[in-house]
Ligand binder design. Structure first.
Ligand SMILES: NC(=O)c1ccc[n+]([C@@H]2O[C@H](COP(=O)([O-])OP(=O)(O)OC[C@H]3O[C@@H](n4cnc5c(N)ncnc54)[C@H](O)[C@@H]3O)[C@@H](O)[C@H]2O)c1
Length: 348
């Protein structure tokens, strides 16, 4: 399991960089992140300014094999050897794609993640899943490969746009739902007073640790790791559906998926209805109404059937909650119940 550090400063990163040859350290990032985080006067990551930088577009539509090939090309052009280090600096698109490119280049080189989004800090940069979208399916091609370190440096969030912050917050809420009533309450409180940096840092470190513990117990997602998919069965289907319509951020789709999963949890597992009420309120207040208000449930259900997490291609499996902190994985939910949950979600 990769070592995760919540950094107050970047000394640990600087130490690590000194253990590689200078011309074998590469920074993979997007042009505007390079400008605001590395080259700008007073930028937080000036220490990366001396290394060759590989620039790629970090939009979700770029998370494809062509961009991986471009990254391999850039590594080759810079004569990266098997002893190179790739620093993936960015949100989940950069860390997923960079991790995949690094784990396959010359059969695998070292890489570290420096997540720059909230979603990256609490989720995408932890757990060793890498990959790209393929054939219209999210993260269809990828590897399990661990970064040698993940550096979590919350000040990097200062330049993050508000919608991106909220997108990550959905994953933070998800992790708290899996953990305890106290963590869930804290996550609701922090959402109401976002200038409480200390509480936010505490929640980031809490969520990073929770995810990392779950992954340590079940690296290849054979059992307990599936709990992290809470909200993702319907969430992923909505996200994929939106890729061919009006694109929706990952966390916004997850928020919708959490509400639908809470509905199913109340109906099928006896979860306290108050949790559903709170999540519905958060969604409507902070994320807006479900924007994929399509009557095309058949298409969404077809996408759910393609979900990698299903045990059989004929059934759809969910992670649900018996109570906060008590997830149940591999719950097969009949289609009529899924349609009912979608009705609830789209009625809000
Ligand atoms: N591997 C995993 O376990 C895992 C888990 C969850 C999500 N993901 C993946 O993560 C991706 C979504 O990642 P994301 O939500 O982090 O968004 P992202 O990588 O798409 O980044 C969102 C936007 O924010 C910008 N940005 C990033 N950091 C910034 C900063 N500090 N200041 C200003 N702008 C900044 C980016 O340039 C981009 O325009 C999806 O592809 C999803 O599939 C992976």
């Amino acid at each position: 399991m990769a070592y995760i550090q919540l950094n107050k400063d970047l000394e640990a990163l600087k130490h690590l960089l000194h253990t590689y040859e200078d011309n074998q350290v590469f920074v993979l990032t997007a042009p505007h992140l390079h400008n605001i985080l590395i080259t700008k006067e007073g930028a937080l990551l000036k220490c990366l300014d001396n290394y060759p930088v590989l620039l790629i577009d970090d939009s979700e539509s770029s998370k494809v094999l062509d961009t991986v090939a471009l990254t391999w090309d850039l590594l080759l052009q810079h004569q990266a050897t098997r002893h190179a280090l790739l620093i993936c600096l960015g949100g989940g698109v950069i860390t997923d794609l960079g991790g995949f490119a690094a784990s396959t280049y010359k059969r695998g080189i070292d890489f570290v993640h420096i997540p720059t989004t909230l979603l990256g800090m609490v989720d995408a940069a932890i757990g060793g899943k890498t990959g790209v979208n393929y054939g219209g399916i999210k993260n269809c091609v990828g590897t399990f490969a661990e970064p040698i370190q993940t550096y979590i440096y919350p000040p990097l969030l200062r330049t993050l746009p508000a919608e991106e912050f909220l997108s990550g917050y959905a994953e933070l809420i998800k992790t708290c739902l899996l953990s305890s009533q106290q963590d869930f309450n804290d996550s609701l409180m922090a959402l109401e007073c976002l200038n409480d940096e200390q509480l936010l840092e505490y929640l980031i470190s809490r969520c990073a640790a929770i995810k990392s513990n779950v992954v340590t117990m079940d690296h290849n997602e054979k059992g307990i790791r599936k709990c992290l998919n809470l909200g993702h069965t319907i969430g992923h289907a909505i996200e994929e559906y939106s890729m061919s319509h009006q694109s929706l951020r990952h966390g916004y789709a997850v928020m919708q998926g959490l509400v639908a999963a809470a509905y199913l949890s109340v109906t099928m597992m006896g979860l306290d209805r108050e949790v559903l009420r709170q999540l519905s309120h958060i969604m409507v207040t902070h994320y807006g109404h479900a924007s994929c208000a399509c009557s095309d449930y058949d298409e969404l259900i077809k996408l759910m059937k393609q979900d990698k997490k299903n045990v059989s291609c004929h059934t759809i499996s969910f992670t649900l909650l018996r109570a906060i902190g008590q997830p149940v994985v591999d719950c097969v939910v009949p289609e009529n119940m899924i349609r009912e949950a979608l009705d609830y979600l789209f009625s809000l």
